[in-house]
Design a protein around this ligand. Structure first.
Ligand code: SAM
Length: 240
């Protein structure tokens, strides 16, 4: 997959050199290119923003600068992602959908955001999705770009060493939060690991994990339980 991120703070994306995403880049599984939006400015001050039409506080990113950048970076098969607190909320389903794309371009806004004509204009040429990380406001789209790239990249074949670890995760196909996990030592600070996990009895461990996942999800995210397909529950699940 190819991903282009355009930002006025390209250094912000340096974290994508690290860990699994960094390894995926080195291995050629992810072709990630980070661009400085100011490379497409044409004045001495490398201006990317201006005052809002209609008045009001703050500055708005200019469509002409973004237009030059996106005309260069977007090809016709690309999917343009525009982080915005007014966008659709980014979830694991969105990450799965985007992981099927060949080319993503992430346009990171700053200030009061990008002139609204930019998303409108490119929607006539490519798929455009405005994505929100959640109901709060960040200073810029770079954190959203980091989140989207990491969540999508780990779904690409070969990026996570053991693909089985993607199966039972929170927000996966089961629609549940993951069960609690433990490692050595078996006793720590007066807290013991649940006996069943030391039993070596695989069926009982599976059952215990499923029960804890259901219990946790019901306690913390009743909205996820309400969205479960009843056909995916067994008799024991329903009794919980
Ligand atoms: N004036 C905008 C509003 O109220 O909707 C907020 C602009 S925000 C200060 C600047 C940039 O941060 C946005 O253009 C977007 O790129 C990014 N951003 C802020 N909050 C975000 C969120 N919840 N999800 C995704 N991106 C966000």
């Amino acid at each position: 997959m190819r991903v282009d991120v355009v930002s006025i703070f390209p250094e912000y994306l340096a974290a994508l050199d690290l860990s699994l995403v960094g390894k995926a880049r080195t291995a050629g599984l992810l072709d990630l290119r980070v661009h400085d939006l100011r490379a497409w400015t044409d004045d001495r001050h490398r201006t990317v923003d201006d005052t809002p039409f209609g008045g009001g506080a703050g500055m708005v990113m200019r469509p002409d600068v973004w237009g030059r950048a996106l005309d260069d970076v977007l090809d016709d098969g690309a999917h343009l992602v525009v982080p915005s607190p007014a966008g659709e909320v980014f979830t694991q389903r969105t990450a799965e959908r985007l992981a099927g794309e060949e080319h993503l371009v992430v346009a990171c806004g700053r200030y009061e955001g990008i002139d609204a004509r930019v998303a409108e204009h490119y929607a006539g040429r490519v798929r455009v999705t405005e994505l929100s990380l959640g109901d709060y406001v960040l200073n810029g789209g770079e954190v959203a770009a980091l989140v989207v790239v990491e969540a999508v990249a780990r779904l690409l074949p070969g990026v996570v060493g053991n693909p089985a670890s993607l199966v039972e995760e929170s927000h996966g196909a089961a629609g549940l939060l993951e069960y609690p996990v433990y490692t050595k030592p078996a006793e720590w600070a007066g807290h013991a690991v649940p006996d069943v996990l030391l039993s070596g009895h695989h069926a009982r461990i599976e059952r215990w994990r499923r029960d804890r996942a259901l219990e946790r999800t019901a306690e913390r995210r009743p909205d996820l339980v309400a969205a479960l397909d009843p056909a995916a529950l067994d008799r024991h699940d329903v009794a919980l």
